[in-house]
Design a binder for this molecule. Structure first.
Ligand code: 5AD
Ligand code: SF4
Length: 344
């Protein structure tokens, strides 16, 4: 039987490992060699620069009912908000003023904005000289195409889990096949495409997470976001156990080793679950942080899970805290747009 160190070495040298090997690394109690290898590969391929992506959560309305998410349509306890196009553009301008080179527009699946409204928002923000990332859920191919035409550069759509039974249980009324199709459509249309998983969902096994990693690689995703499941009040999973930080870190490290040149954030959920979450993520393969650019009230209401609002009172203080963390770690803020590097 190969040792953990052997498996890590194979991964680091060949950027591939079978599902059994991945599962073994996900369950090892001695993950330190894995973390160190991911940190080495991160440094060698994407370097010490960290890309900051200014996140604007512009609407917390959602037509979906994902069991784990506080924004689910069935959560009648949540006060809903929707920023106007003018507010979204003004927030983007503010974020660009703070030095953000990418603006991420995120919302629940809110069908109240028309495609032409969304396109106009993208066009206006693109004129500010930044990259634009969308995270607005499953849409038709023609909508994705129109938004790409309007100038959107990237799109985030997590698969959440590749286990079809678990997917079906977590996502009533949704189709796994359609979600996969959306991801391939986005790639085909030329978006830099991001996906990822929720780690620690009830019923999720290490073998399922290993299959997620294989899926990321097969899709050839440009970005991967991984965060712990955090039980959210007002959802059917409010009393469930949450995901473990070390399991998220193992998933991140394995992702970096399988796909050396991708962009990968230390996610907000990781920062919420662990006070040192950003540092840990950045030491296990991450090279991106997504500071929240929104008003405190909106930030509080955009609550897929609890605890998000606590980190900082406003965008400026949050940004200052993130920069302090980076400086302390010997990492620098990237001056570039942070597109995926190829052949790194
Ligand atoms: N805990 C952690 N992450 C969550 N998300 C939704 N609900 C939760 C939760 N309870 C994540 C989903 C989604 C992303 C925007 O937020 O993975 O893709
Ligand atoms: Fe809506 Fe996304 Fe939450 Fe699902 S995870 S309920 S699609 S906001």
């Amino acid at each position: 039987m190969q040792t953990i160190t052997d498996l890590v070495e194979v991964l680091e040298n060949r950027q591939t490992l079978d599902q059994a090997g991945l599962t073994r690394l996900l369950t090892t109690p001695k993950a330190e060699p894995l973390y160190q290898a991911a940190d080495r590969v991160r440094k060698r391929t994407v370097g010490d620069e960290v890309h900051l992506r200014g996140l604007i959560e512009f609407s917390n309305y959602c037509r979906r009912n994902c069991l784990y998410c506080g924004l689910r349509a069935g959560n009648s306890r949540l006060h809903r908000y929707r920023m106007t196009p003018a507010e979204i553009v003004a927030t983007a301008r503010f974020a660009v003023g703070l030095g953000m080179k990418t603006i991420v527009l995120q919302s629940g699946e809110d069908s109240s904005y028309t495609v032409s409204e969304l396109c106009a928002i993208v066009q206006t923000i693109k004129k500010m000289g930044v990259a634009v990332t969308l995270s607005i859920g499953e849409r038709s191919r023609s909508t994705y195409a129109a938004l790409k035409e309007a100038g959107a550069d990237r799109f985030l759509l997590r698969i959440e889990t590749t286990n079809e039974q678990l997917y079906a249980r977590m996502h009533p009324g949704m189709s796994y096949q359609n979600r996969v199709q959306c991801l391939y459509t986005l790639k085909e249309l030329g978006y830099e495409t991001g996906t990822g998983s929720l780690v620690g969902l009830p019923g999720q096994t290490p073998a399922m997470l290993a299959a997620d990693l294989v899926f990321f690689k097969e899709l050839d995703a440009d970005m991967i976001g991984l965060g712990p499941f955090i039980p959210s009040p007002g959802t059917p999973l409010a009393q469930a156990a949450g995901g473990a930080v070390d399991l998220v870190l193992k998933m991140m490290a394995l992702t970096r080793l399988l796909m050396p040149e991708i962009n990968m954030p230390a996610t907000t959920a990781l920062g919420v679950k662990d006070p040192a979450g950003y540092q840990k993520g950045l030491s296990c393969g991450a090279n991106v942080v997504m500071p929240n650019m929104g008003e405190r009230d909106y930030k509080r209401l955009y609550a897929p899970y609890p605890g998000k609002e606590g980190w900082a009172s406003n965008a400026e203080t949050q940004l200052a805290k993130i920069k302090a963390v980076l400086q302390q770690m010997g990492r620098t803020v990237s001056p570039g747009y942070g597109f995926r590097v190829r052949g790194g």
